[in-house]
Design a protein around this ligand. Structure first.
Ligand code: COA
Ligand code: MG
Length: 294
């Protein structure tokens, strides 16, 4: 399951939902939370369910739903409204700790059983840095089961919680508190053995700064990025897709280890390779949508 590009679509907009069919995002996230005002949430839930049900088979993109925070009554209604549409996963906002994710998993389990959906098949993607308290718990996501698809992070709710006047400096770089959140998302995901997905690039008309932020994210170990506008998807897909040279090199590393199954270190082109190189090579193939082997 590849998650390079994940496009948010406000689920109360029929027009934007329709547009989602033409976008080559790995996942569409039908939003029931912050992009939808309270008065429109009932309509958004109905539209999201219809959208999911009309695309039950052969989905071109995975279809995810962002529900409201798990400690609100809205979240209960969200899940009861959309689960019959068998979403591929749930994006969980304002996660306070891994306990919120475990609680969501339990609710999903109950609904899956009721609706005859394979238990455990609905994945979860937490927005893991949207609350200040979550920042102190990012090392604990290995307690989640296989529902945990990845971790991603958010800077806007965190900024609101802190009462900060900005989260980027004059050059468009994250200020220090948000660099910490970004890095903790990476460390937390890696510690839990799942991919890390970079946050949105809000300046959706500026393809150059989006491209730079994707390059920086991939360099640091993110596997993909959230999008808010269809035009962002192509740039994200391109940057997070390993090129032919990288794929060939990764395949050679894997072959070198396969040829010496008892060795923890091998030589290739005069360079020493050990287990971290093998892990990285497998990650490259996963990002390319290929089978990474064991
Ligand atoms: N998903 C699907 N379609 C979208 C879209 C999205 N996220 N964002 C824009 N579009 C559509 C528009 O409806 C428009 O369609 P049209 O050509 O048929 O008229 C087209 O793409 C071009 O849109 P554009 O005019 O450039 O943008 P906009 O001013 O209509 O919308 C935003 C700008 C930011 C409001 C919009 O991109 C959006 O709603 N983004 C998602 C917001 C969100 O979900 N936030 C929550 C997560 S942070
Ligand atoms: Mg938000």
């Amino acid at each position: 399951m590849r998650l390079r590009s994940l496009l948010f679509i406000p689920a109360d907009s029929e027009k934007k939902l329709h547009k989602g069919d033409d976008v080559a995002a790995d996942a569409l996230i039908l939003d029931l939370e912050d992009a939808v005002v309270a008065a429109n949430k009932p309509a958004a839930r109905s539209l999201a369910l219809c959208y999911l049900q009309a695309r039950q088979q052969n989905r071109r993109s995975q279809l995810w739903v962002r529900i409201n925070p798990v400690d609100t009554p809205e979240a209960v209604i969200d899940l009861e409204s959309v689960m019959a549409g068998r979403p591929d996963g749930i994006v969980q906002p304002k996660t306070r700790s891994v306990d919120d994710v475990i609680e969501l998993g339990e609710r999903l389990h109950r609904l899956e059983t009721e609706l005859d959906i394979e238990p455990g098949s609905t994945r979860i993607l937490p927005l893991a840095t949207e609350t200040p308290q979550a920042m102190f718990t990012l090392g604990q996501f290995s307690r989640c089961d296989q529902r945990l698809a990845a971790l991603t992070w958010g800077a806007e709710d965190l900024r609101a919680a802190l009462g900060a006047s900005a989260n980027k400096d004059g050059d468009g770089n994250w200020t220090f508190p948000y660099q910490v959140a970004r890095a903790f998302c990476l460390f937390g995901a890696s510690a839990a053995g799942v991919p890390a997905i970079d946050t949105i690039h809000a300046d959706f008309r500026d393809a150059d700064s989006l491209h730079s932020s994707c390059i920086a994210a991939r360099r640091d170990g993110f596997s993909g990025k959230l999008a808010i506008h269809p035009n962002q998807v192509e740039v994200i897909n391109e940057v997070f897709m390993p090129d032919a040279g990288e794929i060939a090199h990764a395949q050679r590393i894997i072959a070198a280890f396969a040829a010496h199954p008892d060795a923890g270190a091998v030589g290739l082109d005069g360079q020493m390779l050990d287990i971290p190189h093998l892990k990285l090579a497998r990650k490259i193939l996963t990002m390319a949508g290929m089978d990474p082997g064991e």
